[in-house]
Design a protein around this ligand. Structure first.
Ligand code: ZN
Length: 134
């Protein structure tokens, strides 16, 4: 795995949180993107070599809505950049980590192929792998 690509934070109100994080980081978000498949709206901030992704539910059935209901707003996932997502998925599965959903990578935000690993198998932290789509 390469660097931490971004940290995902679940928020209730993307507009309000965009203002808050712009103050916190001293820079405004540089893009907003809806991810239909995940029923979420995201915004991104640059922080050096990494990014912060704010994630708002667009639908009460989205995983983000359920997360906030259960645990409140806050840190949701850590995303690692990888060069070969299929290879990393196989490596992690062989180590006993369990992917969420179908176990196949899908198109996420920020022009990335992504997959998540279940927090039950990773000390309570939802892990995302992402590979840039070229
Ligand atoms: Zn993410």
């Amino acid at each position: 795995m390469n660097k931490i690509d971004h940290i995902g934070i679940a928020v209730k109100d993307l507009e309000k949180s965009n203002e808050l994080f712009a103050k916190l980081l001293g820079t405004p978000h540089y893009k907003i993107e809806e991810v239909e498949s995940e029923k979420v709206k995201t915004s991104f901030f640059k922080t050096g070599a990494s990014k912060i992704e704010l994630v708002e539910a667009r639908n009460p059935e989205s995983a983000i809505a359920m997360f906030i209901e259960k645990r409140g707003e806050g840190m949701h996932h850590i995303a690692f950049e990888v060069d070969d997502i299929e290879k990393e998925i196989e490596r992690l599965k062989a180590e006993g980590f369990v992917p969420t959903g179908s176990g196949k990578p899908f198109c996420g935000a920020d022009n990335k192929l992504v997959i998540f690993f279940h927090p039950k198998t990773t000390n309570g932290v939802l892990i995302e792998l992402c590979q840039e789509i070229k």
